[in-house]
Ligand binder design. Structure first.
Ligand SMILES: [Zn+2]
Length: 411
């Protein structure tokens, strides 16, 4: 094991120039979904397929989702399988699509032409999610080049549509090929993490966006007795919700860096354009991130009760609507084999202790967890996904390939 590991690690260290070449080909192949004004991921999938073919995987599956909105008529999902020595199976899931570059003037160079500056590779997608594509690819390649079989069967999965909901990506793959995955598999999603590679994300909060529409009666501001002021009612509702929700749903979970549920008043729609009118309608929103142990139905019920009691007190009415709602799936257990294997690999490569953690935002891993498949989200990244001048560090790409190889080796 030790000797095999040394050989693999040295092999991966020697891939630097090829890593840069793969990144530059990926960057030059923008894969934007139609919701982002793009033509889909087919060209990029063909490019990845071409690189994969050179590794002669034991099996390649194309699990394409039909989509009339793109020229190819399909959203490509690609699975490459490499047989191991039969001690189990590990999956690494990366996504092919990228987000648009955004405001062009914020970029120092063309987002779709790779620019290398020392250890940094700049370009749209270099981190999100080429880091996963490239590091998993070269981890598999090292076994081929060393003439070694991994201990586990290795599945590399490249999906479409991650940035716009995953309905034609991972969700489609799991729906149409439910037998592809087993609860015994180690499932790694290298699509979030921290700069030290020590964050193994196993849990996420539920997300709930609530819209409150408060209705009263508009009138001249000099005669408030003739109206019902919805801004005052809204203000009182906001403070009441702000006080009641964290108190009712006050559990703590040290897995999360913000170890409790959060309930933030955020957007407020414009009401009257002038100062001397009492508003008769107000609309405001809350963004709630709720620990996975709570049922969002209970959060909604409590929020509605609080808002309605204030409305009644103010002589107004209120309508509450969940405009976005995602109940978090049950977390991956902190001692799941995937979390333990990653922690051992991170210790071997980075010399650091990686810890299971929870995050506030949702990831694509939820699609696995919802079906009882224990997935861990992990990578060593600088955190500039979706930003202008997105970059990935070559040293991180190399380290992550080594870490994945360590897992493939059954270490
Ligand atoms: Zn991503």
């Amino acid at each position: 094991m030790i000797e095999a590991w040394r050989g693999l690690a040295a092999r991966i260290a020697g891939y630097e120039e090829e890593i840069v070449r793969f990144q530059s080909e990926l960057v030059a192949c923008p894969a934007l979904g139609p919701d982002n004004g793009g033509r889909g991921e087919s060209d990029k999938a063909a490019l990845v397929r071409d690189w994969l073919d050179r590794l002669a995987p034991d099996e390649i599956m194309e699990i394409d989702a039909p989509d009339e909105r793109v020229p190819s008529g399909r959203r490509p999902n690609l699975a490459a399988l490499f047989k191991g020595r039969g001690r189990g199976r590990v999956w690494v899931l990366s996504h092919l699509d990228v987000v648009p570059p955004g405001e062009p003037s914020l970029w120092d160079s063309d987002p779709f032409v790779l620019r290398r500056d020392g250890d940094r590779l700049y370009g749209r997608g270099t981190e999100d999610n080429h880091q996963g594509i490239v590091s998993s690819y070269f981890a598999a390649r090292a076994f081929r080049d060393e003439g070694l079989l991994p201990a586990l069967d290795v599945g590399l999965l490249f999906v479409a549509d991650e940035e716009t909901g995953s309905g034609l990506g991972l969700d489609y793959v799991i729906e149409s090929k439910p037998d592809l995955f087993s609860p015994d598999d180690l499932i790694i999603v290298p699509d979030a993490g921290d700069e030290y590679g020590t964050m193994i994300e196993i849990s996420e909060k539920s997300m709930l966006w609530l819209k409150f529409t408060v209705r009263g009666r508009q009138c001249h501001a000099s005669t408030p007795d003739r109206g019902v002021n919805t801004l005052r009612a809204s203000a009182r509702m906001i403070t009441a919700l702000d006080e009641a929700l964290p108190r009712t749903f006050g559990n703590r979970d040290p897995l999360f860096s913000i170890p409790f549920s959060t309930f933030e008043p955020t957007k407020k729609e414009a009401n009257v354009p002038n100062v001397n009118t009492i508003p008769g309608e107000d609309v405001f929103f809350f963004d709630a991130r709720v620990l996975p142990g709570y049922d969002l139905a209970e959060v909604k019920a409590r929020a509605r009760t609080v808002a309605e009691s204030i409305a009644a007190e103010q002589g107004a009415s209120v309508e509450m609507e969940a405009v976005q709602e995602a109940q978090a799936p049950p977390p991956t257990p902190a001692d799941a084999p995937v979390a333990r294997a990653l922690a051992r690999a991170v210790a071997a490569v980075h010399g650091r202790e990686a810890l299971p953690m929870g995050i506030g935002g949702g990831t694509v891993a939820a699609f696995f967890r919802r079906r009882g498949l224990p997935a861990a989200v992990w990578s060593t990244i600088a955190h500039n996904a979706h930003a202008p001048n997105e970059f990935a560090l070559i040293s991180n790409l190399v380290a992550d390939a080594k870490i994945l190889a360590h897992v493939f080796l059954g270490g």
